[in-house]
Design a binder for this molecule. Structure first.
Ligand code: SF4
Length: 463
């Protein structure tokens, strides 16, 4: 069983698959060198990025992330303010301190290669790390796959990923939505209760709760920073940050639009969903501190809908947060275990579509929905994202990503409410829509899967 704490992790923007994943992989590589006692003998390291990582890595900050990982830094704890300067120093000085211990020469032009048109066979997000000693003898060579959401798989030596399942026995294992619903019915439990029992097999319930509330704190801090930071996003597209101005306007600070003040406009909640989602994704685009949910590109949907649940719905905030994140985590686990949450593999339907599905189900749960209604909401959330391509302009997680999260959040609320108006019976099951998403992703042309070679990415002029 995938843990909720693998699905929601604290990281750094702008991309879970292209920033967090490569950073973790590079760090894993230097840990390998440390583990085999080869770190001190290492004279040179070289990292090659393939497929989507190579094609859009510059826009996603993959190059900087690799350097941070080689330095032994961690996405959860890296100082997001000083991190860009660290990477700049490596490039300018051509020196790199591996794992914070062993300095080597490192020429980014030679030793950090972005293959724009070469892919590894298993997955579009592949990377290879190699280390040599002073005589040029190879000390280690490893291939990794960044499969989305910050998850990284090692190569097993034959070009296939080495899957190392967590063998912790859990009371209610499930892979599919069908299995999850059967457990809920048999045990008389809600989806969040099932997830909590499974998480508690690894640690205490109190720690699970504390961990979830910590994730919420990071989301709140991210929204706060995003809604108080105006300016222009990095990367060259000159995309203006809008969350701060919109928040001021919604707080009633815009005399031209007094109706926008909280509680006056009957559709004001939709504007708040928008501002929270924009805030998170603007933070993500600027390399800020983010909770993957389930990826960075789609990280705005869950915090936006959870802010809505906490601020607009009755009930104790902490209980709402815990139930919401456990339910969203259970839905994400189904996607992670049976499909893909990688835009490079299945398009944006697997990122924003999955986030919408998770948020819709979780909102239905905190609104008192039955497991069947929650599953229905999650299904609706994905059904109306089917076919959504991934075509980030300039390889940056900005256009269409930022607005797409705002629209995904609004769709999630609609999906939850639509499901709650029914009794849980519906024609298309969540498992069927996930299968359809995977098949649609497989049929999707490569140019629509995080390569920036199709769709919006080629139809607007970069300035
Ligand atoms: S278009 Fe969607 S999948 Fe692609 S980078 Fe943006 S958010 Fe991620």
């Amino acid at each position: 069983m995938v843990s909720v704490f693998e699905l929601f992790t604290v990281g750094i923007g702008p991309s879970s698959s292209h920033t967090v994943g490569p950073m973790r992989a590079a760090k894993r590589f230097v840990q390998t060198l440390t583990g085999t006692g080869d770190l001190a003998r290492t004279q040179r390291v070289r990292v090659e990025l393939f497929g989507s990582l190579g094609a859009t890595g510059h826009g996603h900050g993959s190059d900087r992330a690799v350097l941070w990982g080689l330095m032994g830094l961690d996405p959860e704890t890296i100082d997001t303010d000083s991190a860009p300067g660290l990477a700049r120093t490596v490039k300018e000085s051509r020196r790199l301190v591996l794992a914070g211990q062993h300095e080597v020469a490192f020429d980014a032009a030679e030793d950090l290669v972005m293959h724009r048109r070469r892919s590894l066979p298993f997955h579009p997000n592949g990377m290879t790390c190699t280390a040599w000693d002073a005589q040029g003898a190879e000390l280690a060579c490893r291939t990794y796959y960044s499969i989305g959401g910050g998850f990284v798989l090692d190569d097993d030596g034959s070009g296939r990923p080495a899957l190392r399942p967590d063998t912790t026995p859990v009371p209610y294992p499930f892979r599919t939505a069908g299995e999850l619903l059967a457990t809920c019915e048999h045990e008389g439990l809600g989806i969040a209760d099932v997830m909590l029992a499974n998480e508690a097999a690894r640690t205490s319930e109190a720690e699970v709760r504390a961990g979830l509330l910590h994730l919420w704190d990071v989301m709140v801090a991210c929204v706060e920073h995003g809604t108080t930071t105006p300016g222009v996003l990095p990367g060259g597209l000159k995309v203006r940050r809008r969350a701060a101005d919109l928040r001021t306007s919604l707080d009633g600070g815009d005399p031209a639009h007094p109706e926008r003040a909280r509680g006056v406009d009957p559709l004001g909640a939709l504007d708040w969903l928008t501002v929270w989602a924009l805030a998170v994704n603007e933070e993500n685009a600027s390399g800020g501190r983010i909770v993957t949910a389930p990826t960075n590109g789609a990280a705005g949907v869950i915090p936006a809908v959870l802010h809505y649940a906490v601020q607009f719905l009755p009930g104790p905030a902490e209980d709402t947060v815990v139930r919401f994140l456990l339910t969203a985590g259970a839905i994400a686990a189904i996607y992670q275990q049976t499909a893909s949450i990688s835009g490079a593999e299945v398009g944006c339907q697997g990122e924003v579509g999955t986030a919408c599905s998770m948020a819709a189900g979780a909102l239905a749960a905190v609104l008192g929905g039955t497991p069947a209604q929650v599953e229905n909401a999650a299904e609706i959330g994905m059904e109306h994202h089917l076919g959504l391509t991934c075509d980030p302009v300039g390889g940056l997680v900005q256009i269409p990503c930022i607005e797409r999260n705002a629209v995904g959040a609004v769709k999630a609320v609609t999906a939850a409410r639509l499901a709650l108006h029914g009794d849980g019976r519906h024609t298309v099951s969540l498992d069927k829509v996930i299968k359809t998403m995977m098949e649609t992703g497989a049929d999707m042309k490569v140019k629509y899967k995080e390569t920036s070679r199709g769709g919006l990415a080629v139809n607007i002029v970069e300035c």
